[in-house]
Design a protein. Structure first.
Length: 240
């Protein structure tokens, strides 16, 4: 695993790298941890060697870490981006570039553990959706679901792998398992979307990673946008 820490303050880079190495050693995870304190060098490094996890400061002098993440996403969509910053100002903007987490300084071992634990590399207990397909029960990881859609009398689950699964269970019945999962939003009649994969949301619809577009209810747009932003803020606060 390759983990990169980028902050324009050298002392912050050294501290975070030390904390990340300690976290990985405690979990017996073999990881290369690299620290960078220069914005341009960070982008050059990311273009040459793929990183699995990036801890990225947002305010780096005249440069913006959110913009750096947007550039990173052009050639590495799978990288888990964790923003580390002294300001909450960019919280919503940060998650619109699919950040795994957002940590407000000062960073503590507990905050770092929460942030790294949200990445797929350190997740040990994943939540699943239980559905029935041809009289067989399947457990589908919630993290794998992009969105769910009613198709005829069935419900189709579209997965991040590009495949889909159909079940005879209604979307209403399935949603009973998701009522404690605020990331799943009912955005249109017969459609629920996983907010973790939403790249943009406007009155024209929802854009997922990969540029796929889903419809959004015009009458409920304000409500849906509010729930989406509330979910992003909740993700921010849960790490503090």
């Amino acid at each position: 695993m390759r983990i990169v820490v980028c902050d324009n303050e050298t002392a912050e880079v050294e501290l975070l790298c030390s904390m990340v190495r300690a976290f990985c050693e405690e979990r017996d995870v073999d990881a290369e941890v690299r620290g960078i304190s220069d914005y341009k060098r960070f982008l050059e490094d990311m273009a040459k060697v793929r990183a699995d996890i990036v801890l990225l400061d947002i305010c780096m002098g005249t440069h913006n870490g959110v913009e750096a993440a947007r550039v990173l996403r052009r050639f590495n969509e799978e990288c888990a981006v964790i923003f580390v910053t002294s300001s909450r100002e960019y919280a919503v903007e940060a998650f619109e570039v699919s950040a795994a987490h957002y940590v407000v300084k000062p960073v503590t071992p507990q905050k770092l553990q929460e942030a790294l634990g949200r990445t797929r590399f350190f997740q040990t207990q994943k939540k699943h959706l239980h559905i029935t397909v041809d009289y067989t029960e399947l457990r589908v990881p919630l993290d794998d679901i992009l969105y769910l859609e009613t198709v005829g009398r069935k419900t189709r689950l579209y997965l991040k792998s590009g495949a889909f699964v159909e079940t005879g269970m209604t979307l209403a019945r399935i949603s009973e398992q998701l009522w404690e999962e605020p990331r799943f939003l009912s955005c249109y009649r017969g459609i629920m979307v996983n907010a973790d994969y939403v790249q943009a949301l406007d009155e024209e619809g929802i854009i997922l990673k990969g540029r796929q577009r889903l419809p959004v209810s015009g009458k409920r747009f304000g409500e849906i946008r509010g729930l989406y932003h509330e979910y992003l803020i909740r993700k921010v606060r849960s790490g503090n």
